[in-house]
Design a protein around this ligand. Structure first.
Ligand code: SF4
Ligand code: SF4
Ligand code: FES
Length: 203
């Protein structure tokens, strides 16, 4: 077992345990967004960042393993402020505070984000949503690029990212196909995990 500290408490953990797993074991709530328990970890949202004494950069709790002697702070001012700013950027990507999905609204409340100071110009044309199916509709303009749908569709590998920076888009299949032209089985897993409402069911 590894000995370390989390929020001033001396604890033990098995090698390979992530800081997020350790925190949850000790009833410490670290906010997450891209993380899906038991699935591939992609660490794209950075909302779970924690401070480790002696390290200048904050590190994502969902993909950082515990180490002997580590001193972890999950709710330092630096962590809280960084999460708030990151969420404000995510909200700007998505639209506005008042148009948030229930999950994102709850996250904003949890993080104490009551304003969205940033604004991004629209990146998507209505045309970019034409690739849905009779069952699934896509609204790229709502997407916050958390990759949960990509992880959820790992077996079929239908969903991908294309582009960079603010111009990232979701695409289906290998060549930006329409969903019915891909391996999509209409299982609905991507819709079930989407936190923003970018993927949804028709009707
Ligand atoms: S409905 Fe299922 S198979 Fe189709 S894109 Fe979504 S997760 Fe993949
Ligand atoms: S469609 Fe939804 S689940 Fe997929 S990356 Fe965008 S916000 Fe995340
Ligand atoms: S939950 Fe850890 S980076 Fe997204």
């Amino acid at each position: 077992m590894i000995n370390l500290q989390i929020n001033g408490r001396c604890v033990q953990a098995k090698p390979g345990t992530t800081i997020l797993q350790l925190a949850r074991k000790h009833d410490i709530v670290i906010p997450t967004l891209c993380h899906l328990p038991g699935r591939e970890v992609r660490s794209v949202c950075r909302l779970c960042v924690v401070e480790i004494t002696g390290q200048e950069r904050l590190l994502p709790a969902c993909s950082t393993a515990v180490a002997a002697g580590m001193v972890v702070h999950t709710h330092s001012q630096k962590c809280i402020h960084t999460r708030q700013v990151l969420l404000e950027f995510i909200i700007a990507e998505h639209g506005a505070l008042h148009t948030l999905s229930p999950e994102l609204r709850a996250l904003a409340a949890e993080l104490g984000v009551t304003q969205a100071r940033f604004a991004l110009p629209p990146q998507h044309t209505p045309d970019c949503n034409r690739h849905g199916s009779d069952y699934i509709r896509l609204r790229q303009e709502k997407c916050i690029h958390c990759d949960r749908c990509i992880v959820a569709c790992r077996d079929q590998q239908v969903i991908h990212r294309a582009g960079r920076g603010a111009a990232i888009q979701l695409t289906f299949g290998n060549h930006n196909a329409a969903l019915p032209e891909t391996n999509c089985t209409s299982c609905g897993d991507c819709v079930a995990v989407c936190p923003s409402g970018a993927l949804g069911e028709h009707g």
